[in-house]
Design a protein around this ligand. Sequence first.
Ligand SMILES: [Fe+2]
Ligand SMILES: [Fe+2]
Length: 600
Amino acid sequence: MKFAMLRLTTVAVLLAGAAGAHVGQHPSVHDTVAGAIDRMKQTIPHDALKALNVEQVLGVLTADERRVLATEHLSFDVNVPVDVYVVRDAALGAEPFWLAQEAFQPTDLRLTVGGDPFDAWKKSFDAGHVGLGVNSLTGAGDHYFAVIAPRDANAVVEIANIYPGRHTTGVLANGAQVYVDRDDLLAGEVPSPLDGALLLRGDNSRRKEAQLVNIFRVTPHPAGPRPDHVVLTWSADPKTTQAVQWRTNTATKTGKVQYIEKAKFHRFRAEKPNMVGAATAVLTNATLLNDTTVHRHTAVLTNLTPGTSYLYAVGDGSDDGWTELAEFTTAPDRAVPFSFVYMGDAQNGLDRWGSLVHNAYRERPDAAFYVMAGDLVNRGAERDDWDSLFQNAQGVFDRRPLVPCLGNHEYQNNDPSLYLDQLALPTNGPAAIGPERAYSFEYSNALFVVLDSNQLPETQTDWLDAQLAGSKATWKFVVYHHPAYSSSPKRDNPGLRKTWGAIFDKHHVDMALQGHDHAYLRTYPMKNEQRVASPAEGTVYVISVSGTKFYDQGDLDYIEYGMTNVATYQVLDIQISGDRLVYRAYDIDGNKRDELVIEK
Ligand SMILES: [Fe+2]
Ligand SMILES: [Fe+2]
């Protein structure tokens, strides 16, 4: 790989290291952590596991494991002797453990990032390889970033082979962005040895990668031999297919779905139902102390008739193993009026969220599907949280398909695999970001494009453009997590707004359904980042929250209607006669809190 050069006399931001670059051998922090977790579960009583502190965890780790955690989290090569400063969240106290172990020296340098105090630890390295360690064992603290200064003030530092390649470089100065995945800026005077030096940005999504303290959990909803947590999604055309997924414990080895057109079902003389087998996968979540491994069954029903209601049950294929009959309806093959529900972050207070979802279903059983704009759960890498979500959604998501998108909380530890493994979704997204993370589908006369705002917007721009250009749908909706027009100035996502907003403008997207900011807002119709006169000219951006965590809202000039501390669900009615969209937001008690009508 070529060296990216930084001349200290020029202020330039360089991108170093191609995305995903993986150069040479890197003993995996991930594998080391997984091995330590397994050993801890086998050797330490479960009650004691929940109370372990950092010192006790360090005592459990072998010298080799401590070395991997101290040197293999973030690494790079330098061309000249350098001083490496690890600038960390000062609240971390004695963490990360490896600063002392690897003979980093504390300094009196202090910086401020996002309003929080950071301090700097220093160590000299010769030209060549530099390896840095994990952020913390408790999972606490924002991620550190590194500053690299030449030992000879006249030298020019060149940095190469950054691992992982997602980390980027820049110049440390007042106002510098210090994370690859957040907009937090350095504020105030930068002390002299650091000012103007090379900045290796931190990746906050990795800050809990080596959490070994307070990770062990018990699911309140362990699986049994009979199916539960049945969830409908679409992994292909909603007109002719239906994905059904559920779980059992590992004693149940197979899964089957029986289904029949509702019109052909008679209590005393039913036609023989169709039967389709499920793919059964082993789903293991190592940090669960009970029910660590379950079977996840996924069946995709195909060749269904559009616009048709079906009855179905899931089981293991034996006569007495079936669930009660439930019902789903395929998408129509022509433009017909329909309704759907959109919700923002559930994430916290999933019991109360369950009441809200059931209220939505009871009030509007005609709503065809449920869009969720990310942060379905708080701890996306921990299955007990998903168990709570699915438990509370029983009776709704087994009758109406869930249309989800990825929030930052699904990416806990940079690992959205529980979302991907538990939900069968379309694979028609851009190849660059991996299957099921973005996708699109049409329903009646509407197009839905679901994006992954955890990834760089540029990874999906061309694909988004092609989806919108290739559709003749009357209504165009986009769904993603991080809002283009935030609820608070501190949570702005300007890159996403500019990059995707231009494409929404180009194809006149009607509404953007977003989450993340834990408040409610609906913008004026916006185009080219300006307020326009009517939805006929621009896009309406909505943020909502369906769970119990709320943030404050700023007084922002693009907000047409905003509110805080209210969980809502939204029902969108697409009316064909007159081509009208009636959008309404309801609180948990069914009170209408906002309304918008768009006419074509
Ligand atoms: Fe979020
Ligand atoms: Fe959230």
